[in-house]
Design a binder for this molecule. Sequence first.
Ligand code: AMP
Length: 431
Amino acid sequence: MEIIKNVKGTHDIYGEENNAYEMVENLMKSVAELYAYHGVRPPVLESNSVFVRGVGSSSDIVRKEMYTFKDHGDRDITLRPEFTAGIMRMVVQNKLYATNELPLKLYYLGPVFRYERPQLGRYRQFNQFGVECIGHASYMQDVDVIAMAYTILTSLGLDGVTIKINTLGDDESRNNYREALKSYFAKHIRNMCEDCKTRFELNPLRILDCKVPEDRPYIDNAPVINDYLSESSKERFSKVLNALETLQIPYEIDSSLVRGLDYYSETVFEFHYKSKKGIDYGAVGAGGHYGKLMSELGGPDYPGVGFSFGIERVVSVLKDDELLENIKDELDAYVMPLGEESNLYAEEIAVFLRNSGGYRVDVCADNCKMGAMFKRASTKGAKYALIVGETEVNEQTVVIKDLQTQEQNKVKVEELVTKFDELFNSSKEEE
Ligand code: AMP
């Protein structure tokens, strides 16, 4: 029968790669916890309007990339293409802004779905980890969020991350800039790509995101936001940059950075990293400040700032730079019963060592020959083999064999955890 393959743009994660995902995700969560953030889990399914109103109808995501369908109750449902709008829906609906001290500091992790052209570093289902800090307009929150993202990347071992940063200014700045772009692009738009023609009508700022090489000269000569910033936006941006310098966080100003989602205002940023193999997977993370998102979703007018990492891209650069080499998922012990009558005893020992000792233990359950079990123990990277036969069952003992030195010891079952603690402590000291 023909085998069924995974859906285009999705990928299976297993084996060592799964260990890498776990390590990266755990590190991200623990840094977020150090920065006083709390985890949230919004649903994957949201009403379509969460993203149309939240992300904005002129964004590429809403125009072209959402997985939207009618459910059996004729509702328009969307598989989340990003987290921020869904989290804001959660905050508004559950009035989290009223029942908690502000700012709310939330982190999230999970799959998102975008109907994009699959290519290097670009999937249709991928995983994001990110944070939202909601409720304070202070530029210092932007700085704190950038510092957290930078800490995550450097803690993973990435050296030489580039932070591209820009400001989109406040409403007044953006409206003036939009008008300037409109009159500039009006002269060129007929020579530009079809997508840009639509962007010109919907939101000319989006044109700056265009990746078509023939459009580049027009974009490179377009007006820059800096010339249209209000005094307060200029001051806010320079405070952000000063603070980054004080914290010794390197950055590069990129005045063409506008980000693909409509809700951003003031500070926006992206994290780039070229792996040692020279491969550029695109930004490993990105984020920014937003002003109107909560009120767009029916809540009060609280601003926020957040970022999001693409886990796939982070794992890819770590793999290229050989920073995943030291992740191991070896066994502490492999329990080997000699004959069917020792199976239950072997299982008891495995459960005991795991539950009382916290050791990582597997057990052979299919009556293998001794040689085959040793082979398995070695494939699984076990440090010790625990051998139990009829004699051990009767004596309530276990034979512990060190698979490196081949040394053997017999211990009473009640002393097993203490013996393991000794063995593992002394091997840690040797290291
Ligand atoms: P965004 O929500 O577009 O700001 O994206 C945040 C991060 O998610 C990006 O910086 C990427 O690391 C990652 N990302 C975005 N789109 C994709 C995709 N199609 N496949 C894999 N990762 C992605």
